[in-house]
Structure formats: C-alpha cells, structure tokens
Design a protein around this ligand. Structure first.
Ligand SMILES: O=C(O)C(=O)C[C@H](O)C(=O)CO
Ligand code: ZN
Length: 277
C-alpha cells in the first residue's frame, strides 16, 4: 500500500508541478488482477482500485500498516463499479454490481473479494475506505435509488447530475460520504463556484474521459490555486483546506468521497469566483 502524508497549505504553496503530483495525484488505480491502494494521512482515507480479470481479487494488504487482523476490522468501505458487470462478495454474500452501482461494506466484514462477470469486459471497482468504529449494514445502491439533483446550466458549461449514494440521508456509514457527478455532453466545469469544507477531506476520481482528453483539476487555498492535469481513471486528493474543482477538454464523470467530522453533503463553505487567485 502506498502512503501519502498530510499537508500544510503554506508548504504546498512552494511545490512545483512534480511535487504537487507526487503528493496529491494518483495516476494508476486499475491493474489487471491486482488491488491498488493509497493511504492518505488526510483523514486516513484509503483510495484504491480492484480490476479482477482472470481471477478474484481479495481486499487485503500488509495488515501491520493498519495495525489490525483483517482489513475492515476498524474501517468501512465504499465501492463503485466503473467497468463491466462484476460481483463483490462480503463474508459469503454476493452482490452484483453493474456499471455506476455502489456497494457500502460495513466495519467488521471479514472477507471481501471482487470478481468480473466477463473477462472480456472486466469490472473496475473504485474503492474508498475510512476508519470506522461503529458497524452499519452492507448495502447496495443503484443510480435509480440514489438521491440525485440536477445542477448548473449549459450557459456556464456546468450542467450536471449529482448522485449521492452514501451520506447522512442515504446509505448509513460511520463517516464515509460518497457519490458521483455526471456532466452532460458539452459541459466541462465541475464545482465552480468552488467551495472548501475544513471539516472533511475529499478525493475525486475522474472517468468516462476520452483517452486524448484531460481535466485541469484545481486545488489550493482559494487565493493560492494550482492545477493538476488529470487523465481518464485517475484520482486526486483534496486536503480539507483546499478547493476541488475542474475543467475538462471534454465532458466526464467523477466520483467524490469524503471523510471527516460530519456526513452532511451540503456542509460546504462557498468560495465566490471573485475570491479565487
Ligand atoms: O459537481 C459538483 O459540484 C460536485 O460534485 C461537488 C462534490 O460533490 C463536492 O465537492 C462535495 O463536497
Ligand atoms: Zn467538496
């Protein structure tokens, strides 16, 4: 498991492109038949990917790094499938997960494994795990069941639908909040006007982006912004002091996930466009 340390905004101000990418950008999440995991010390979120092709992939790591005897002993997990149809098995119970469907797995689940239904069109399970000291039931949510809202408009190039899967008024969790935002064709901007929420960190995972396209992800304090150029199926860590927004050379979809003091999706401190520098 790769490790990323937490950051101080005064220090991050000095970073060049290489250092910025090294600390916040996660370039590869899907490797055939492997589990990729990145533990950030920002609220101890784990960001990962499992791409089973010819065999099942187990949720495990060097458990000494987590100080536990099994992965979810003191953690909960959110899974969203961004590939072909697949199955997640939790302590012997199988959950079919189609594209853009979400599974929440509660703390205390001992064995979790991932499988593709068709190796010619493998599933790609995007994973987020946060510390949890209470167990909530494992639950699947489809797009139709998710709490959704339409936001933005084509005049501002930001017409999009936000789907909330794991949140205060949806699937219950100890602290993990997770959902997905789909931009309509011809729309390029997400989360502008931007916001921060010093009470929670956030991770973004961009997908559905053509191979020759990029998203310019914006981060930093509102008066000290930086950009990270993102390709398809890459993730980026947003510390709690940072804005998180992006503009693509094409439309795209992204998964957002948060951990921290509360689970209220709408607990955001807005930043007006005029405040940005
Ligand atoms: O498009 C958006 O706006 C978002 O999806 C914003 C994220 O959901 C977010 O940053 C939640 O804190
Ligand atoms: Zn946010």
């Amino acid at each position: 498991m790769e490790r990323r340390y937490a950051s101080h905004p005064q220090e991050v101000k000095q970073f060049d492109t290489e250092r910025l990418r090294k600390e916040f950008h996660i370039p590869v999440l899907f490797v055939p038949d492997e589990l990729k995991l990145v533990l950030t010390h920002e609220d101890r979120m784990i960001i990962g990917g499992a791409q089973p092709v010819t065999q099942e992939v187990q949720l495990t790591t060097d458990l000494k790094e987590l100080g536990v005897t099994y992965f979810l002993e003191r953690r909960e997990l959110g899974v969203i499938n961004v590939g072909g149809a697949g199955t997640v098995t939790v302590d012997g119970t199988s959950y079919d997960l189609g594209t853009k469907e979400c599974l929440y797995v509660g703390q205390g689940s001992k064995e979790v494994s991932f499988k593709s239904n068709d190796s010619a069109e493998p599933a790609k399970f995007y994973l987020n795990s946060a510390p949890a000291h209470l167990s909530y039931p494992t639950a699947k949510t489809t797009l139709a069941e998710a709490d959704s809202s339409a936001l933005g408009d084509i005049k501002n190039s930001n017409e999009r639908t936000i789907y909330r899967f794991i949140h205060a008024d949806g699937v219950q969790s100890a602290q993990l909040v997770m959902g997905m935002t789909e931009l309509k064709p011809g729309n390029m901007w997400n989360t502008m006007p931007a916001h921060i929420h010093p009470r929670r960190m956030e991770a973004y995972f961009y997908f559905g982006l053509p191979e020759d396209a990029a998203v310019f992800h914006l981060m930093g304090e509102p008066d000290e912004t930086r950009h990270i150029v993102m390709s398809n199926e890459q993730a980026v860590i947003s510390p709690s002091w940072s804005i998180h927004s992006g503009v693509g050379t094409s439309n795209y979809t992204f998964i957002w996930s948060m951990a921290g003091d509360n689970k209220r999706y709408d607990d955001m401190d807005p930043v007006s466009i005029k405040e940005l520098q």
